[in-house]
Structure formats: C-alpha cells, structure tokens
Ligand binder design. Structure first.
Ligand SMILES: O=C(O)CCC(=O)N[C@@H](CCC(=O)O)C(=O)O
Ligand SMILES: [Zn+2]
Length: 345
C-alpha cells in the first residue's frame, strides 16, 4: 500500500472517485495533524487520528447520485481536514455513496441503492452494480465499527428530497424495536437546524437502518432540502449542520445542547404505500410538497383494485413518487405525535 505525506491525491478525492466510479485501489496518506487517511475504495475514506476520542462517526452522502448538497458539504469537510484547517479527533468514515450515479446526474442507475442494505442486495437473484456497491458499503461500515467495541457509534446518512418540503429539513429515524430515542441525538439534530423527526415503525433496507440495527449506532437518514444540480446549492442553509459536524469531528467531549421537545415536530410513520404494478396511481398532484395533509378518508393512491386512503385527519404525505419500481415504496404517510421524556434515554 502506497504512503505519501503531501496529500496530493486527497486534495480532490471526490473528483478522483468520480473518475473511478466503481473501484479505486486503496492507498494511505497522512494529514497535516498526523491523522492517517486510508482510502478503502472509490468514495470511501477512513480517518484514523493518532489518539481518537470516544466517537466513531460515519457520514455518508450521495447514496442517491443527484442529491448534491450533502455531497458538496462532505467535500468541503474533507477539504478542511486535508488542508489542516480542521483537526480530526474522532475516527471518521466518510462515504460518497454512488459516484457513477453522480456522474450521470441521476438518483440511481439500475436500482435504488438505499433499498439494498441489511442483505437485500443478496436477495432476489438479481445482479447489479448497485447491489455490489451496497454489499461493499456494508463491509466498510462493518470494518469501521468492528475496529473497536467501546466507541459511541454514529451514522448520519445525508440526503435531499425530490420535492419541496413544508418542513425543509427532517430526519427519518430508523425503527428502534422499542428502544428509547436518544435525547443527546435529538439535541444535536436541533442544534443542526433539524426540528422534524419521522419515527419509522418497521424495519427497512436503508443504509441508516443497517447501521442502527447491526451496530446499535445512532443512525439517521437526514433530509436537507430539495435536490439541486451540482453548484446550485446554497450551503449557507446547512451552516448549523456543518458546525455540529465540525464540532463532533474536532472537539472531543463536545456535547450538543439538551433537546427542546416543545419545538420538535414529531411524526409516526402510519402507512407505507408500496407500488404493486405499473397500474399504480397517486390521486393527488405530482407536485404536492412533502408534509401536505389530507382529511380522513381521502383517496391517496390506487393500484388496480387496491386503494389507499388517509386514515385520520391531518395525515401527511412524505416522499410521494409514482415512478418507483413495482415492489418499492411510493409514499410514506405520517401522523403528528408528541415525544415525551419517558421515551428518551
Ligand atoms: O424525495 C424523495 O422522494 C426521496 C428522498 C430520499 O432519498 N429519501 C430516503 C429516505 C430513506 C429512509 O426512509 O430512511 C430514501 O428514499 O431512500
Ligand atoms: Zn436520497
């Protein structure tokens, strides 16, 4: 394995990854603060500080290739680390998920990468490069978290949404199987400017659920606004998040403020609408915003004889998308709830 000290290949790691969208030979460099920067594959870089503090942090972006704001944010963080402007004091695995889809300017090439985790890549007897990438990413996250037992495991999987959202930034909290929600993580999300939380009520095959379930990580899918092409994002809207990530990476012992539950908008996922066939139709305009509400009984979607209706007043739609493949989620329906302190740990 090649070792160099002048960081020449890391200065533009994203561009390097995009030139090698499916595989990059591993190499190692040393950052100005002495941190070992190990490139494990295209888009995958593990930072190992000499004296790591207690958090093991995974930050992923670009799992969907056209969700560019998180990619630009992560690129900026990496450039600060590589130049020495930001010190790395925590173990950090930074993942640019899908360089090939970034090059094509699309969400996915053949399959939705974010439906292929927790072993889904191996089910169904289908071959695709996205399945290989999901298996590889699972392996890298496993290698990272398995390297030590006692770290505080965190995974922030950063996305942007296809449609505008009445709540611009929000989190999909993976199903906890009854475990309490982390007060400290809710505080961190609020400090990062994210006050809206969707609580999943079932296992999924997303990247964040994989890290939560397999490694007990505090893991979230974090939605950061609307999809825009590269170069057209206002990263100023992500300043609070950038400051929190910077504090996590560079300041051992940094603790976010306590959450303000009164300001938190929490929703339970109450229905998952799954497209059954090419007859699937959403019964509302293509351009409704995320969190648009419906009255109880409103017809939301049909697929042949199958009908989905709002089950209670105020039920809201998130991620409506009739263009997904049959068998995939075409919308989530969510309903407002209150989180109480006895649900937190
Ligand atoms: O805007 C959309 O329709 C999709 C945005 C997006 O990629 N969302 C994630 C959410 C993952 C989760 O439920 O945790 C996805 O669909 O993969
Ligand atoms: Zn996404």
């Amino acid at each position: 394995m090649e070792v160099s000290v002048n960081n020449t290949r890391l200065n533009d790691f994203l561009a390097l990854s995009r030139r090698h969208p499916w595989h990059l030979e591993p190499f190692t460099e040393t950052l100005p603060d002495g941190t070992r920067a190990e490139v494990w594959d295209t888009g995958v870089i593990c930072l190992e500080p000499a004296l790591p503090a207690q958090r093991d942090l995974v930050i992923s972006c670009g799992i969907h290739g056209n969700e560019t704001a998180p990619i630009e944010l992560c690129e900026r963080l990496l450039q600060q680390l590589v130049s020495g402007r930001l010190r790395c004091r925590q173990r950090l695995l930074l993942i640019f998920g899908h360089p090939a889809a970034m090059n094509a300017g699309v969400r996915e090439l053949k399959e939705n990468l974010n439906r292929l985790f927790s072993g889904a890549h191996a089910r169904g007897g289908v071959e695709s490069q996205e399945r290989q990438r999901a298996a590889a990413l699972e392996g890298y996250v496993t290698r990272f978290f398995d390297a030590r037992e006692d770290g505080e495991r965190l995974h922030y999987d950063l996305h942007t949404a296809i449609r505008p959202s009445l709540h611009e930034k929000f989190v999909v909290h993976p199903f906890t199987h009854g475990a309490p929600y982390s007060s400290s993580q809710l505080g961190l999300l609020q400090a990062a400017g994210i006050n809206t939380i969707l609580l999943s009520q079932a296992p999924t095959t997303t990247f964040s659920y994989f890290s939560a379930r397999r490694f007990g990580a505090q893991a979230f899918t974090i939605e950061l606004g609307k999809v825009m092409p590269f170069g057209q994002n206002d990263l100023g809207r992500l300043t609070a998040l950038e400051q929190c990530l910077t504090a996590l990476i560079s300041t051992p012992g940094w603790q976010p403020p306590a959450p303000d539950l009164a300001r938190l908008e929490v929703f339970d996922v109450c229905q998952e609408i799954v497209k059954q066939s090419e007859n699937f139709r959403l019964n509302f305009s293509k351009d409704v915003s995320n969190f648009t509400t419906f009255e109880a009984g409103t017809l939301l979607a049909t697929d042949g004889e199958r009908r989905w209706c709002a089950q209670s007043d105020g039920e809201a739609v998130v991620f409506p998308n009739a263009d997904v493949a049959p068998g995939q989620r075409a919308a989530l329906m969510v309903t407002p709830v209150r989180l109480t302190t006895d649900q937190l740990a």
